[in-house]
Write a protein that binds this ligand. Structure first.
Ligand SMILES: [Zn+2]
Length: 291
């Protein structure tokens, strides 16, 4: 996918990584192996690699009303991630890739963290002289108020030893200390084209970005779904979804809206074409076209 124009908004994608990340049976504990087999021809190679789910870590870069907006900031460099070897002490020239599409850190006006999981906040900060400092010094960082409280280890001791260990301390707290965080809940109007909407379930404060501009619509769907197999099987959540029942309600509400409004769906982690249009199919959904 190259840059695209949706109404008055330009959308680009900057990738941090793309590849197999986790065995399908572990990622989606309740999705039967037969469902993967049935769709194997559709899912291989972009979304399934052997028995492993393939996923991208990436940032959406939007230019809207003269401002540069980043949606999610992937895993980040130099982070200590004891629970996930593939994310521990990364050394990827992500900022070089951002620069290659014309975005210097000073140029970023707004960073949207759809939720505060480790793979969505990494480039919020970078390590300079042993200190974590905001990567985007002029940006306001929009974070869900509910997640900001939930992922603070002082409120949630279960974080220690888990996938999100250290993320609050190295990627969230330093931005807050710098006075660059704006917390939102329920809904938040970014500008005339973009708004944030609460989409809880994957995490309690999880949100999505809705684009409506010049007759075009798009849903930056974050982690309401992790594989195209959840279109024919929307009832199945990933093992990282905090409240699977609430995640299902949110998934159905937003996918219904996207199907009925011909909105482009841009999940956080889809590989391959990265974005798609969907349609209703029985009580579930199907891919109408890849972007
Ligand atoms: Zn994620």
């Amino acid at each position: 996918m190259n840059d695209m124009k949706l109404g008055d908004v330009t959308v680009l994608r900057v990738e941090e990584s793309d590849g197999p990340i986790m065995a399908a049976g572990a990622f989606f504990p309740d999705l039967p192996a037969a469902a993967w087999e049935e769709q194997r021809a559709v899912l291989v190679p972009d979304h399934l690699d052997g028995e492993m789910v393939r996923a991208a870590m990436q940032t959406w870069v939007l230019r809207s009303e003269g401002r540069t907006v980043l949606i999610d900031t992937a895993v980040g460099n130099d982070k200590v991630r004891p629970a996930v070897a593939a994310w521990d002490h990364l050394d990827i020239d992500f900022l070089g890739r951002l620069a290659a599409v014309g975005v210097h850190p000073d140029d970023v006006d707004l960073v949207v963290n759809t939720h505060l999981h480790v793979d969505h906040v990494g480039w919020n900060t970078r390590l300079v002289g042993g200190e974590w400092v905001p990567t985007f010094p002029n940006a306001t960082y929009l974070m869900p108020e509910v997640d900001f409280a939930y992922w603070n280890p002082a409120n949630n001791p279960a974080i220690e030893g888990g996938v999100n260990e250290n993320a609050y301390a190295d990627s969230i707290a330093p931005v807050h200390a710098a006075g660059q965080v704006r917390l939102w809940r329920d809904a938040y109007r970014i500008d005339g084209n973009l708004r944030l909407e609460a989409a809880p379930g994957h995490t309690p404060g999880h949100g999505v970005v809705v684009l409506e501009s010049g007759g075009d619509r798009a849903l930056f769907a974050a982690d309401i779904l992790h594989t195209p197999l959840q279109l024919p099987h929307p009832e199945h959540a990933s093992c990282f979804c905090d409240d699977p029942a609430q995640a299902l309600t949110t998934r159905r509400r937003l996918l219904d809206w996207a199907a009925d409004n011909r909105a482009l769906v841009l999940p956080a982690h889809f590989s391959g074409a990265h974005a798609l249009e969907i349609e209703r199919a029985g009580g579930a959904y199907a891919v109408k076209s890849w972007a």
